[in-house]
Design a protein around this ligand. Sequence first.
Ligand SMILES: CC(C)(COP(=O)(O)OP(=O)(O)OC[C@H]1O[C@@H](n2cnc3c(N)ncnc32)[C@H](O)[C@@H]1OP(=O)(O)O)[C@@H](O)C(=O)NCCC(=O)NCCS
Length: 210
Amino acid sequence: MSERFVVVQSSTEMAVRLAEIQRACFPDLSEEELMRPEHYLSHQKVFPEGQHAVLDTETNEVVASSSDLRLNVDFDHIQHRYMDAVDNNYLTNHDPAGEWLYGADIAVHPDYRGHGLSTLLYDARHRLIRKLGLKGHVAGAMPKGYHLHPELSIEEYVQKVMAGDLRDPVLSVQLKRGYQVHGIIHDYLEDPTCGNYGVFICWLNPERQP
Ligand SMILES: CC(C)(COP(=O)(O)OP(=O)(O)OC[C@H]1O[C@@H](n2cnc3c(N)ncnc32)[C@H](O)[C@@H]1OP(=O)(O)O)[C@@H](O)C(=O)NCCC(=O)NCCS
């Protein structure tokens, strides 16, 4: 499978396709928060090496992508809005001296899920973190299975996902790839499937640990 799918740096001619994948991957996200072609073009200008795409070498089609920026993180103040963290999806707040990679987005086209493509993208992001000598990766994960458990508070739901008693289609994938939960972000974005919550997750670069 890894011979068929390769991770490349995103390029300008992919922008329209990347926006199509985004739309297919986030059907419940508010229209204003969806990335459009002009956003991908901006990402490639401000931080080209932080933008990854997965290419299906059999069809030469882009089937997945991730977008990142660099910034500094204050772990005592994690409450923020997604759109503020990513400068309204343009990533123009990217700080070339930032010590952390912030995950703006990861999206695998629905037809290509469950084949390890997010794993390829997480590996590429971790390689970039090591190469740049950053402290690690942070992101506001979308707990997209939360709407199926209205009987639970978000804290109870995340605890159960962490314990392995429940499987979340997003958070469980990230936990399995070495991410830790740092806290709940309230009113992170507008998506009813995750109750508008984000889960602040963090992957630490082992080369930067004492
Ligand atoms: C979350 C997401 C990126 C995962 O991508 P993916 O390429 O399917 O992930 P992988 O194949 O690497 O891993 C998926 C896991 O689910 C399992 N799985 C089994 N069947 C599956 C299926 N039909 N679809 C998806 N995953 C399946 C895989 O075996 C794997 O299990 P593991 O964690 O035990 O290894 C993808 O579902 C997605 O794009 N979702 C919509 C966008 C989104 O919510 N992004 C995250 C925003 S924070």
